[in-house]
Design a protein around this ligand. Structure first.
Ligand SMILES: Cc1cc2nc3c(=O)[nH]c(=O)nc-3n(C[C@H](O)[C@H](O)[C@H](O)COP(=O)(O)OP(=O)(O)OC[C@H]3O[C@@H](n4cnc5c(N)ncnc54)[C@H](O)[C@@H]3O)c2cc1C
Ligand SMILES: NC(=O)C1=CN([C@@H]2O[C@H](COP(=O)(O)OP(=O)(O)OC[C@H]3O[C@@H](n4cnc5c(N)ncnc54)[C@H](O)[C@@H]3O)[C@@H](O)[C@H]2O)C=CC1
Length: 496
């Protein structure tokens, strides 16, 4: 997409959205439908934007959608009052309501929404053997390194690590986690046990293919990004499916998990020799007594060689990548603080998606996670807040922020997380109901004083709708006891 000459653009102020990821595009699309007479300018550093397609509400709060990367011109064709500019925003002058872009233009805004996303938090930012995964460019870089790899060390125990460990083939994997059980950011130790047999086993365990959120990674996008050197939008559902994740090792997958440890130090072979350090061999791995380009020593004393390291260790919100003459209030996790109107502490400036931190009093069963679904919800909601502000109104917090609801797929199983799915904030004082059928389903219900607070549903349980309602209406379930999870009882009939 050629860069539109932004000079003439700056004459008339418009509502400006920074960021062509899910949050920014959802914001621009919703603004376009709500404020037909307003001029909306979406400015993004990435050559392609991310748009939601095939949106499906699978329950009152669970949503499924596909994501398509497309040129900004496609959004302009769809929303006639939206202009897409592909350029980097370098600074904001909040006194003059102007932003400066990397091509030297100044663009005025009436309202500004920052949706600049996040970047991978890496265990080391200057080691060439440590890589993060965020956008199509970083995935291409990862694939290239993996194609020549015999062994990779993956650090982190969240979404990216869990998906990578499941998808990588023909390469030994050492998965180093701080926790006592795998995928702890998403599931509890019981669910981790349920997943363990699939760690190094066959990849597809699900009876019948579960429709995965389709996410198209067009190779053109990756090439463009490399040429333009810009950071693209974050990946999301299905980023890994359909991508070749093959090493050069010619045998089945080998995964060794190193529990309760972090990286202590990373060495070159020379440094290792100088320090006269002992190298260990990961259990079950086959490349023994090899020369490796990089060595990792962990806090538990183990030291392994590998071809490269993936740091799947979270996201840093891009809250400080655009300078501003006003100081934004930044939350502890690095996001720009927003209130329940998605407003920052600076006049006329909003924020949404990975870049922001929801700083209102959260509903009892909602929590922020930097997810595709929340980026979309925030993008749509902030547009409504901006429109309300223009009309000098206030709106109530959107109902999507009443309950945390996330659907994904780990180790070939559908995973649904509802409410305080890991007992977040309940200080360990809650009751658990569990039902597990090995290789088929894992259901964990968290309740307090007889009322459901959260749930983990793995497999095709069809309980999500009922459990959503039970968490929201806080019905006292004491009298149902274990019947609640009795497979012989159709609990939907109880509560219909
Ligand atoms: C590998 C991976 C897999 C994931 N899988 C899932 C999943 O399965 N399910 C799920 O729910 N979530 C998933 N996520 C999280 C999800 O991708 C993010 O939460 C979501 O995409 C964030 O959207 P965003 O629009 O806030 O930010 P981003 O997608 O990061 O978009 C930010 C945009 O801002 C632009 N930008 C940044 N700075 C500037 C600037 N100065 N000037 C102009 N433009 C700028 C960027 O170019 C980009 O277009 C995954 C994330 C990763 C990295
Ligand atoms: N299926 C899904 O829903 C997916 C969601 N995502 C989302 O994308 C974003 C990025 O994913 P991730 O990087 O996996 O983030 P994450 O937040 O999911 O996981 C980060 C993990 O790294 C660990 N960690 C942090 N610092 C560490 C350190 N120094 N040493 C060892 N471990 C450390 C954390 O404890 C956590 O387990 C997240 O917001 C995540 O929720 C990503 C992939 C899939």
């Amino acid at each position: 997409m050629e860069v539109t000459n932004t000079k003439e653009e700056s004459k008339t102020a418009s509502i400006v959205v920074i960021g062509g990821g899910i949050a920014g595009v959802s914001c621009a699309e919703t603004l376009s439908s709500l404020c037909k007479d307003e001029k909306i300018t979406l400015i993004t550093a990435s050559p392609l934007i991310k748009a939601v397609t095939n949106f499906k509400q699978i329950s009152r709060r669970l949503e499924e959608f596909e994501v398509e990367e497309k040129p900004g011109a496609a959004l302009e064709a769809e929303c006639e009052n939206v202009k897409v500019l592909q350029v980097m925003v370098v600074s904001i002058d909040a006194d003059k309501n102007e932003i400066q872009t990397s091509d030297g233009s100044t663009i005025s805004y009436t309202k500004l929404c920052i949706c600049s996303g996040g970047t991978p938090k890496l265990v080391s930012h200057d080691n060439p053997y440590v890589i993060g995964i965020r956008d199509t460019e970083s995935v291409s870089h990862f694939q290239e390194k993996l194609s020549g790899a015999r062994r990779v060390i993956i650090v982190g125990n969240g979404g990216i690590a869990t998906e990578l460990v499941h998808e990588i083939e023909n390469c030994e994997v050492v998965w180093a986690i701080k926790d006592k059980s795998i995928s702890a950011t998403f599931v509890d130790a019981g669910a981790a046990e349920f997943f363990l047999p699939h760690l190094a086993g066959d990849k597809e365990v699900q009876e019948g293919p579960l429709k995965r959120l389709k996410y198209t990674v067009s190779n053109a996008a990756a090439k463009d990004q490399v040429q333009s050197g810009t950071k693209g939008g974050a990946l999301g559902p299905d980023w890994s499916l359909g991508l070749t994740m093959k090493g050069k090792y010619n045998s089945a997958r080998k995964v060794h998990v190193e529990y309760e440890c972090e990286i202590k130090e990373i060495f070159t072979p020379e440094e290792l020799k100088e320090r006269n350090l002992e190298v260990d061999e990961p259990i079950g791995c086959s490349y023994l007594n090899c020369e490796w380009p990089v060595y990792v020593c962990f806090t538990n004393g183990k030291c392994y060689g590998c071809d490269f390291i993936v740091s799947a260790t979270g996201v840093i919100p891009n809250s400080c990548s655009i300078s501003c003459n006003k100081i934004f209030k930044i939350a502890q996790d690095g996001g720009i603080e927003v209130n329940d109107q998605m407003h920052t502490n600076v006049d006329h400036i909003y924020a949404a998606g990975d870049v922001c931190t929801a700083s209102w009093d959260w509903a009892p069963h909602w929590l922020q996670m930097r997810l595709w679904s929340q980026a979309r919800q925030m993008g749509c909601y902030v547009a409504q807040c901006i429109m309300a502000d223009i009309n000098k109104e206030k709106i109530t917090l959107d109902f999507c922020f009443e309950l945390f609801a996330h659907v994904t797929k780990f180790f070939g199983y559908k995973v649904i997380l509802l409410g305080k799915f890991n007992g977040q904030g309940l200080e360990g004082k809650y009751d658990i109901l569990l039902r597990m059928t090995k290789g088929v389903e894992y259901i964990k219900v968290i309740s307090k004083d007889g009322r459901m607070q959260g749930a983990i549903l793995i497999g095709e349980t069809d309980l999500e709708e009922t459990f959503e309602n039970l968490i929201l209406n806080q019905l006292d379930l004491t009298r149902y006891g274990e019947d609640l999870l009795d497979p012989g009882i159709d609990i939907e009939d109880y509560f219909d």
